[in-house]
Design a binder for this molecule. Structure first.
Ligand code: HSE
Length: 312
């Protein structure tokens, strides 16, 4: 390790919850993500040199930025707390949009820092440091950081201790994510959730998650479509998103298999079984948001996408 040496890593945007799996299910996307350059410095500790693409919304204080927190936690986990690292973060997605922005910064930083110090930690060891970072800004959950690190579709069975299950995805499944020009901080979207649920809601939710997982293993798209249902979290969040309910209905009318809120919102995602349908669905969802007075952007991604990686 020599001062000045640097590593660049990229981590993707993610869709968390996927309907029934609040804090439990998440998948990695293609086409959007954050990039972190980590550089060795002679001074111990983590600093942040620069953040780009954030409209000056993020802190350069490493204790208040998920990239800085994940970097320090990664060094601590590796038993190297005295190493000096300077980070530069380039945001490649809007903040507070339900695309796992804070998780992508954390995952890219953890992967870059681990590689910079000789990769002493396995990929699964980086999940804990990234959860620490996520907990500091958005709540203690792993359904964004886990797919951002591992790629694909991940089920979070437990956060303490970390226990993750990588799930298969039905062949040819395509994800559309439409993001309106409207910021909804995750903390506010979590504060809007009910504190208790009924036994009937709990029964429906367990059945839907079990059906979702089964559909993934059996390539059963109709079952997958039916199981992307949630009467607990989604109604509370949809009420905070202008045009959100209309965007979900528009997606279904345009041929999507299912649609729901992406993470804490305001993005809305839809599952589709072909690219041409996905293109139609994206356009219908954007039109629905424009009916609520919001411009929106869309991405179309394969459902099975890689997680964070070193790119330079
Ligand atoms: N599961 C989390 C939530 C994801 O819905 O609040 C957002 O980061």
């Amino acid at each position: 390790m020599s001062s000045g040496q640097s590593i660049t890593a990229f981590a993707p945007a993610t869709v968390a919850n996927l309907g029934p799996g609040f804090d439990v299910l998440g998948l990695a996307l293609a086409g959007l993500g954050d990039t972190v350059v980590a550089r060795l410095t002679p001074t111990p500790g983590v600093t942040i040199d620069a953040v780009e693409g954030d409209d000056a919304k993020l802190s350069l204080d490493p204790t208040r930025n998920t990239a800085g927190i994940a970097a320090a936690a990664t060094l601590a986990r590796a038993g190297l707390p005295g190493v000096g690292v300077a980070l530069s973060l380039r945001k490649g997605m809007p903040i507070g949009s339900g695309l796992g922005s804070s998780a992508a910064s954390a995952a890219a930083a953890a992967v870059a820092v681990n590689a910079l110090v000789g990769s002493p930690l396995r990929r699964s060891d980086l999940v804990g440091p990234c959860i620490e970072a996520e907990a500091a800004v958005a709540g203690r959950h792993a359904d964004n950081v886990a797919p951002a690190l591992l790629g694909g579709l991940v089920l979070v069975r437990s956060v303490d201790p970390v226990q993750l299950v990588r799930l298969p995805l039905p062949d040819g499944l395509v994800v559309v994510v439409v993001t309106p020009d409207f910021e909804l901080p995750t903390r506010a979207a979590r504060d809007a959730l009910p504190a208790t649920i009924t036994l009937a809601d709990r029964v429906r939710n367990v059945a839907d998650i079990a059906a979702f997982v089964s559909a993934c293993y059996s390539n059963d798209l109709p079952l997958l479509a039916a199981s992307v249902r949630d009467d607990i979290v989604t109604p509370a969040r949809a009420a905070l998103i202008p045009g959100g309910a209309d965007a979900m209905s528009a997606a279904l009318d345009a041929g999507a298999l299912a649609a729901s809120v992406s993470g804490a919102g305001p993005s809305i995602f839809a599952f589709c079984h072909s690219e041409p349908i996905a293109t139609r669905v994206a356009s219908a969802m954007k039109t629905a948001f424009s009916g609520a007075g919001l411009a929106a952007s869309a991405i179309i991604s394969a459902a099975e996408c890689p997680g964070a990686r070193v790119i330079g």
